[in-house]
Design a protein around this ligand. Structure first.
Ligand code: ZN
Length: 309
């Protein structure tokens, strides 16, 4: 079945300061890794520009205007300790939103069964009116809301395996009974949220805390015991994945010890669940991952597993 890959060179124009982990080179390395002969079957598409009305599925217009107004003509502007804007940031962020929405439409319309969106800036830390942790807009929550509000879905699952808690996605979907948000993350770790006791307004949030230093075996056990049964019960009509690759042992920002084959295992299992409940419909969006070699390897392994599902 077809796997669509959404990218756009505008995402290279969101430029962070020298030495910042969320750097342009991340996307270049992923493009290189997915450019090889093993990935000839990918249906490569340009991520369209998301519009204000798309971003407004999750964020107030005043927030969209504030981010747009903060974009500098040259150089960089700082939003918080970690989060920066450059001249191309708003356009890059619109590609990330537009790519996520187009990917949802592609799988719902059947022009692809699965999709991976390799865009930046990432999105899962952006809250309703607060940019955070390298993120400007909640790409995956916007994609979920698009599927529910505009495409009429009533059960959308979001699984976030980035090593950091997806506090933004949790915030944006907290009151959304039609969405199930499940995040696994190292705990304790920045941003400090994502305790198991945070369960959403409708019991629609599940947080899996993984101990510092734990590896693939602990991850697999937690997913088998808690995540997969919750997804089976929920019976999603669409499975969205926040794919961060910073739980990899080589990542400089966190202390989990996942290996590349752990990403293959997890991707295959998520594809099995999508196959059982929603005709395989799965959309994965890039989040974090800051060791460039590990990122290239693990993202290629993830997309390879989508292709062979
Ligand atoms: Zn992360």
């Amino acid at each position: 079945m077809t796997v669509a890959l959404f990218m756009h060179e505008d995402c290279l124009d969101h430029v962070t300061p020298e030495g910042h982990p969320e750097q342009v080179a991340r996307l270049r390395r992923i493009a290189e890794a997915l450019g090889g002969p093993d990935f000839g079957a990918l249906d490569r598409r340009a991520a369209p520009l998301g519009e204000d009305a798309d971003i407004a599925l999750c964020h107030p217009q005043s927030y969209i205007d504030r981010i747009a107004a903060g974009v500098p003509d040259e150089g960089r502007a700082r939003l918080d300790e970690d989060t920066w804007l450059s001249a191309g940031s708003m356009t890059a962020a619109r590609r990330a939103v537009g790519g996520a929405i187009a990917a949802v439409d592609a799988v719902l319309d059947g022009s692809a069964q699965k999709a991976f969106v390799a865009a930046r800036p990432p999105g899962h830390h952006a809250e309703t009116a607060t940019p955070m942790g390298f993120c400007l807009f909640g790409n995956i929550a916007i994609a979920a809301r698009h599927a529910m509000e505009r495409r009429g879905l009533s059960r959308v699952a979001v699984v976030d395996f980035d090593v950091h808690h997806g506090n933004g996605t949790q915030d944006l979907l907290w009151n959304e009974a039609r969405a199930l948000f499940i995040g696994s993350h190292q705990s304790p770790l920045w941003p400090g949220t994502g305790r198991a006791s945070e369960t959403g307004a409708h019991g629609n949030v599940m947080n899996i805390e993984l101990a510092t230093g734990s590896g693939g075996a602990e991850m697999r056990a937690a997913y088998e015991a808690e995540v997969f049964p919750a997804l089976e019960d929920f019976k999603p009509e669409l499975l969205l994945v926040s794919a961060g690759f910073d739980a990899h042992a080589r990542d400089p920002l966190a202390q989990l010890n996942w290996q590349t084959d752990d990403y293959v295992w997890l991707t295959e299992r998520l594809c099995d669940i999508a196959a059982r409940h929603c005709g395989g419909k799965l959309v994965s969006l890039l989040e974090g991952g800051y060791d460039l070699d590990a990122l290239a390897q693990a993202s290629a392994a993830h997309v390879g597993a989508l292709l062979s599902a």
